[in-house]
Write a protein of this length. Structure first.
Ligand code: SF4
Length: 364
């Protein structure tokens, strides 16, 4: 079995006001984190004989790790069979990119560098998103990374307070012209407790654009990026052919993946579990030889079917037709142009991808 391996690096220099990922700024805990990661890898190895095919080092801010931190992290994974790795992704913030770090990522075998640009429009970057980098640093980071032996992926956010469809189109085109191989586009969603949600509620910033406008931004993303040689291979992800994220495809195709580190999630093909979102709680459990996992969910048949349809409809490849043979409202969604039947599969159109989750609930 070819598994995916996800490592959550839960450290950031500072919290961004919209972020919902688990991270802390206590960088002095990195050595303890690396040691506990080694214990977790040893604990997991018997149930995950491998080989692992993809490794995704995400966070948090993995690009904060210096040579000692990153090589320590990779050494901690020695109990796992990584001999078949075909893809190693590392997430990086523009402000962490330097020629030295770029050399380190080359030496450690990174094949994809995922750069969190977020936006190339200064109006939103610091005042709204609270990022610590400036647009100039993003551009400099891209130049530093150009010509390295890894593919370049960008993360962008749209649906920002007072953003217009034209603004997003311009941002996207600027990013595409920098020559990445992959672009992920996420619409800004805020948990009620997020500091940015409070700033907007207290009217220090304009509200998020209405859903119709966000839908238009979603649809123009496909058109704008198609003109630059990208295709949408998942609801939020665009690649030049051959540069799709093999690791993330495992999530959407319901293939097994192991997640290590605090707040990491895993799926073994039937059960899902997650680690506690706390470095101390997670490391303390591992230090004492205990199992750190705090949630194991065994999917029953209806839940498994809903998940299979929901994930399948995130991909333009869709699902084999026979899996939806008894689905209610299938004919209606084909008639309305949200789904098409082709080559034995039911595939979502662009309009269908926009509503993938809602369609899945109706079809399950
Ligand atoms: S750098 Fe990324 S992971 Fe860290 S707080 Fe900001 S958005 Fe969240």
């Amino acid at each position: 079995m070819n598994y995916g391996l996800y490592i959550h690096v839960p450290f950031c220099a500072r919290r961004c006001p919209y972020c919902d990922f688990y991270s802390i700024s206590a960088l002095d805990l990195i050595p303890r984190y690396v040691a506990a990661l080694g214990r977790e890898a040893s604990q997991a190895a018997p149930a995950w004989p491998g080989p692992f095919e993809t490794l995704f080092i995400g966070g948090g801010s993995p690009s904060l790790l210096n040579r000692e931190g990153l090589t320590g992290l990779l050494a901690a994974l020695a109990p796992l069979d990584l001999s078949g790795l075909k893809e190693i992704t590392l997430e990086a913030n523009p402000e962490d990119v330097s020629p030295e770090q770029a050399d380190l990522w080359t030496e450690t075998g990174v094949t994809r560098l995922s750069l969190g640009l977020q936006t190339l429009d200064e109006r939103w970057l610091s005042d709204v998103l609270g990022r610590t980098h400036a647009v100039g640093q993003s551009l400099a980071a891209v130049e530093t990374l150009r010509g390295r032996p890894y593919a370049l992926a960008f993360d962008l956010i749209y649906g920002l307070p007072s953003q217009l469809v034209e603004d997003w189109g311009t941002d996207l085109s600027r990013a595409a012209e920098l020559g990445p191989d992959h672009i992920s586009t996420y619409s800004l969603t805020l948990e009620p407790g997020a500091p940015l949600a409070r700033t907007i509620a207290e009217k220090y910033l304009p509200p998020l654009p209405p859903p119709e406008l966000v839908a238009d931004m979603f649809l123009i993303s496909g058109q704008a990026l198609a003109a630059k040689g990208f295709y949408r291979y998942e609801v939020s992800n665009f690649a030049k052919p051959g540069h799709e994220s093999q690791h993330n495809l495992k999530y959407w195709r319901r293939e097994p993946y192991l997640g290590l580190g605090p707040a990491a999630h895993s799926f073994d093909g039937h059960r899902r579990w997650s680690n506690p979102p706390s470095v101390r709680q997670w490391a303390t459990a591992l230090d004492s030889g205990a199992d750190p996992r705090n949630l194991v969910e065994e999917l029953d048949q209806p839940a498994e079917r809903l998940e299979m349809i929901m994930l399948g409809l995130r991909l333009p490849e869709g699902l084999p037709e026979d899996r939806l043979a008894s689905a209610p409202r299938l004919a209606e969604f084909i008639e309305s142009g949200h789904l098409v039947r082709s080559e034995g599969r039911i595939r979502p159109t662009e309009k269908g991808l926009l509503l993938a989750d809602r369609l899945a609930v109706e079809l399950a």
